[in-house]
Every structure is written in C-alpha cells, then in structure tokens.
Design a binder for this molecule. Structure first.
Ligand code: EPU
Length: 302
C-alpha cells in the first residue's frame, strides 16, 4: 500500500510514514513502522482499522509497548496505537468506563484514591488496560479480566461490538479477546469498597514486585510460567542470569527479565531469548513459551 492511498482515503487521520518503533516499546528496540497512527477517537480507530483490514495489509495494534518486541528494520504495514484513547469516566461509586489506552498504574492510583479494591494483584504492572486485558495480565493466579463487566471493541469489518464478561474466556496470561484481530477500545470495570486486609494484600504484591529489576529498559517477564513451575527459577537454576548478547542481558536480580543496557537490537534480544529457552530445555526438557509478544514471523524458540 502507498502512503498516498492511505492518506487520501483517511485525510483527517494523522498517519506517519517510517515511524520509529523503539521509543514506543519499553525494551527500546525494533525498527520502523511503514505507517503509524494513534487515533484519538473510537470513530477514527474504526475507520483506520477497518480500512487496513479491508486492504489485507499487515496491522499491529499496540498499547503501552511494555510487553512487545518488533523486529529490526522496516516493519511493513500499519502499526496502530491505542495510546490516545486514554480517558476514564466513573459511572457509579464502584464502576468506571476505562479507555484501552488508559495506563494500568494510573488506574491503580484512581482505585486507591477512591478507597476501592479488587485489583491489588496488578500493583506495579506497567502498560495500558487494553494490553493487560488481551494478555489477562496479573499475578498470584489473578488476572485483570476478572474485573470486567464488558469490553467495547472495533471488529475487523468496522463493527463496534460489546462483549460481555460471560462471553469472554480467560485463564493464566490468556484471553479469548485475542483470538481474533480486533481493537479493544474501552472496558467497563467494577471494583469493590476496600477492606482493611486489602492493604496487606497490596503490600505483599508490591513486595514481590520489589524483587524485580527496576531502572533499565525491559518488557517485564520474558517467558510465561510453565504449569507448576516458575520460569524465573528455572532460568536461574540453569545459569541464565547475566548471559548477554550485545547490549541485551539477563537480569541478575530476576532471571525472567531481559534488560536493554543501551543499544541492544531486536536481533540481540531474540538471540538471548533463544539461548535461555535452549538452556532450560536442554537441562530440564521444559519448553518455555515467550510471554513477550514477538511481532516477528520468523522467530521461534527451540
Ligand atoms: N526465582 C528465582 N530466581 C529468579 C527469579 C525468581 O529463584 O531469578 C524464584 C523466586 O524466588 C520465587 C519464584 O521464583 O520463589 C517465583 O518468582 P516471583 O515471585 O518473582 O514470580 P514470577 O512467577 O517470576 C510472576 C509474574 C510477574 C509478576 C510476579 C509478581 C509471570 C510470568 N510473571 O512472576 O509478572 O510481577 O509474579 O507477582 O507470570 C509480567 O507479567 O511481565 C511479570 C513480570
């Protein structure tokens, strides 16, 4: 697809050409998007998403960029960000309509200020609500999808759809919302009034978060926990801490975190992911599955 084609079809939408992706990903790696847009209304999101889907052009939806990795070089197609759909409206004392691009840490802050509870397990998780819902982000066996009343999505044909909690299946780091290419634009969520014990639960999650690296660029946990095991523990026991490729290094604080010390390319990070997965597979027979969403069709772990 040519820039002139997409621009003349959607003249009112701000579409960028050859847009750098690394500032949009917390790992600070990856190349350039052929086209990039961050619509600030559901109408514009619907228009661009359905146009691109109709054209059969590759499309990548991103939120806060805290759990994704693009390849180096030119990424053909359109990268669409939900970052500018970012408001929250409280409907009742307990219920809010939250846009997909609203940041999870901001949501945690609002909830605490309103003396609400129910999402303590998400303490310290970065990213946006949309990304968190698609991957059912969470900790301690809990996930954000639990708090959903319903989700509003833009489907591939442009339909704006409401998907109720009961229609959505979710489990550890999995959500049926991700089964189809669609854009989550907002969600209605209900919390509960905080009880004294919620403060202790929050503290315990914050404490566990404290055992993870802070400061350097990373994308949270690299691998999912295989059933019955901790990926971090397995990687640690297999000697992965401090392994590096270029500027990509496995954290010495928590072995399931890969850090970018500065100039790591996507290829460096992907190579390190493969080395770590192979080490664990060779010594335990356990196949680790990446938790980071890798937008590279050529990538697979051993
Ligand atoms: N461990 C080690 N060595 C390490 C890392 C961990 O021995 O290098 C041990 C820990 O001591 C602990 C066990 O492994 O006994 C589990 O570690 P941790 O408590 O840090 O939890 P986790 O399972 O590694 C999960 C989520 C995190 C979430 C934390 C805290 C996954 C893949 N990860 O980590 O989520 O922050 O619990 O609640 O489910 C993320 O999604 O990006 C993420 C970081």
């Amino acid at each position: 697809m040519l820039f002139s084609e997409i621009h003349s079809a959607l003249p009112h939408i701000d579409i960028k050409e050859r847009w750098p992706l690394s500032p949009l990903c917390t790992l600070r790696a990856g190349g350039e998007a052929e086209f990039f847009a961050a619509p600030d209304s559901i109408e514009d999101m619907k228009e661009i998403f359905s146009f691109v889907m109709k054209k059969n052009c590759p499309v990548y939806i991103i939120g806060g960029g805290s759990n994704i990795l693009f390849p180096d070089g030119l990424v053909e197609g359109v990268v669409i960000s939900t970052a500018n759909l970012n408001s929250i409206e409280w409907r009742t004392d307990l219920t809010a309509d939250v846009d997909a691009g609203f940041k999870l840490p901001m949501l945690m802050k609002e909830i605490r200020e309103k003396n609400l509870a129910g999402m303590e397990f998400a303490a310290g998780i970065p990213g946006t609500l949309g990304g968190a819902l698609l991957g059912n982000a969470g900790a301690g066996g809990r996930g954000v999808c639990e708090l959903l009343d319903y989700v509003v999505s833009v489907e591939a044909d442009g339909e704006i759809k409401t998907l109720n909690h009961g229609d959505i299946n979710y489990s550890y780091r999995k959500c049926s919302l991700a089964d189809k290419k669609r854009v989550i634009v907002s969600a209605r969520m209900t919390f509960r009034t905080a009880a004294p014990k919620d403060k202790d639960v929050l503290e315990s999650f914050l404490l566990r978060r404290g055992s993870q690296p802070h400061g350097l660029h990373n994308a949270g946990c690299t691998f999912k926990n295989p059933e019955g095991y901790s990926a971090g523990k397995l990687l640690d026991e297999c000697g992965c801490k401090n392994l590096s490729v270029g500027d990509a290094i496995v954290s010495d604080v928590h072995a399931n975190f890969i850090l970018n010390r500065g100039k790591a390319t996507s290829a460096d990070i992907l190579e390190l992911i493969k080395i770590c997965a192979k080490k664990v597979y060779d010594s335990t027979g356990i196949k680790l599955e990446p938790e980071i969403k890798i937008f590279d069709p050529c990538f697979s772990v051993p």
